[in-house]
Design a protein around this ligand. Structure first.
Ligand code: CA
Length: 228
């Protein structure tokens, strides 16, 4: 059963949404303003947030920005509630990371349909994100985000370094020649030559610090990522 947080100061709208979501089988949490909503999220992880933009105290935009910055909450889909169909508000909301919006007044059936769509999309996004991640030794490589984490900390790799590391990590234990490595990263930001593969590998190892030794030199052949 999906858990949904409603952040809305107007009690009649809050109750209307809450009632309809509960009737559709969702577990519902409610908050009357942004602070209360954020507070509530600390102890109650939810699957989706319905966020009114016009709130007392910090407004819905600020709440959305805050949620999208925090790694614990940034993947939770947010549906904005807007009082007017102000294009500027909607565009701005989507730019700062909201997933969808509903203009008041709205029909409960539309709201439920939007909630279900956002939840479906979010679970398929999560699935594909997780599937493409490479976890090896103390490394986590996330091609979707173009991000490499070493023991949870971001490693600042160039695009070419990232591609080479990803290629090696996708095939742990396999030895690749410099030319194979070049082929795997063609079209990236750097004209890669056999010699520059060595330079790139050096760069990657340096940035991985003590863990750099997971990329092994195989004399006379090339490089490999240490196997599991
Ligand atoms: Ca309001």
């Amino acid at each position: 059963m999906a858990r949904i947080l409603i952040i809305e100061d107007e009690s009649d709208i809050r109750e209307l949404i809450s009632f309809n979501l509960e009737m559709s089988g969702f577990e519902v949490f409610t908050a009357r303003d942004g602070e209360e909503g954020i507070e509530l999220l600390n102890d109650n992880p939810v699957d989706l947030i319905i966020l009114d933009l016009m709130l007392p105290g910090i407004d819905g935009f600020q709440v959305c920005k805050y949620l999208k910055k925090d790694p614990d909450t940034r993947n939770i889909p947010v549906i904005m509630l807007t009082a007017r169909s102000e294009d500027d508000d909607i565009v701005y909301g989507l730019e700062i990371g909201a997933d969808d919006y509903i203009t008041k007044p709205f029909s409960p059936r539309i709201l439920i349909a939007r909630v279900q769509t956002a939840l479906r999309k979010s679970s398929s996004d999560e699935g594909s994100k997780k599937a493409s991640r490479i976890v090896l030794h103390n490394l986590m490589i996330d091609p979707g985000r173009h991000e490499t984490l070493l023991d949870g900390d971001v490693v600042d790799l160039s695009a070419t370094e990232f591609s080479i590391l990803k290629f090696l990590a996708e095939n742990p234990g396999w030895v690749f020649s410099r030319n194979q490595i070049i082929d795997s990263v063609k079209g990236e930001d750097y004209p890669v030559t056999a010699r520059s593969v060595d330079v790139q590998i050096l760069g990657i190892r340096r940035k991985l610090g003590d863990s750099g030794s997971m990329i092994e030199t195989v004399r006379g052949i090339g490089y490999r990522m240490k196997g599991e």
